[in-house]
Design a protein around this ligand. Structure first.
Ligand code: SF4
Ligand code: F3S
Ligand code: FES
Length: 253
């Protein structure tokens, strides 16, 4: 089949191309099972070498090729041509500064990630037998879902609250915080909950739900955010997940 791509272009260094514009490319003999990333490579290698995009693994692992495909945040390496049709519109993800074509500046996103202390904290001595810190399988399962995050930014850049206010820490950072907050071996949960209780923390989430279907790892993002909200309301992570989230009150802050 033939496929027409409509791609949002921008090059700050070239006069005439230093404002966003659309460009079309036609690809012939596309196999329905070709992935969108492969087709973008064909455009770059066969038609216009200046087309700029970010990618690495090509297998849905590194999270580097998030883009808007027909208006929806996806990883280009996970989308088949047959699933998006014969006209495919490609844009950079929203809410982050565009550097060139489909490449955005990820630094604001990673600054939010760093702000939630996304690392294991435990200053107590290791067990006397020298073995690893243990937890029950049930406790491990409490944060199993949020360990799957690959920091692709599909969730945060699909969130209207983030579009409206880039200071909002965003769903990806909350997912990363969740992974440690609910780890019974970690001792930094109170500090993280304090960070996320700040005005640009979890209460900026208005439960719009764009983030959950955007996640290529099928993480229950909105649920994780709800669990963090409940832990903040209670002042503790204890009992939050085993009891379920229930209705979440939305702060007016
Ligand atoms: Fe990407 Fe999902 Fe992680 Fe968000 S939660 S950054 S969508 S993998
Ligand atoms: Fe945004 Fe997801 Fe909350 S889309 S408002 S972070 S539920
Ligand atoms: Fe690594 Fe798509 S290129 S996730």
């Amino acid at each position: 089949m033939d496929v027409t791509f409509r791609i949002r272009r921008f090059n700050p260094e070239v006069p005439g191309k230093n404002k966003p514009y659309w460009q079309e490319f036609v690809l012939k003999d596309v196999d329905p099972t070709d992935r969108v990333l492969e087709l973008l490579h064909r455009i770059k290698w066969e038609q216009d070498g200046t087309l700029t995009l970010r990618r690495a693994c090509a297998h849905g692992v590194c999270g580097s090729d998030a883009m808007r495909i027909n208006g929806v945040n996806r990883l280009a390496c996970k989308v088949l041509a047959k699933d998006v049709g014969e006209r495919i519109q490609i844009e950079p993800i929203l809410g982050l500064p565009v550097l060139k074509d489909l490449v955005v500046d990820m630094e604001p996103f990673f600054a939010h990630y760093r702000s939630v202390m996304p690392y294991f904290i435990n200053d107590t001595a290791v067990p006397a037998d020298g073995r690893e810190r243990r937890q029950t399988q049930e406790d491990r399962e409490k944060f199993d879902d949020t360990t799957k995050c690959i920091l692709c930014a599909c969730c945060t850049t699909s969130c209207p609250s983030f579009w409206a206010n880039g200071e909002y820490v965003g769903p990806a950072a909350i997912v990363q915080a969740h992974r440690f907050i609910f780890d019974t071996r970690d001792e930094g949960s109170k500090e993280r909950l304090g960070i996320l209780a700040e005005p640009n923390g979890v209460w900026r989430c208005r439960t719009i739900f764009n983030c959950t279907p955007a996640c290529p790892r099928d993480i229950q993002v909105t649920r994780a955010i709800g669990e963090v909200k409940l832990a903040i309301q209670r002042g503790s992570r204890e009992g939050v997940i085993s009891e379920g989230v229930g209705p979440i009150a939305v702060s007016n802050s």
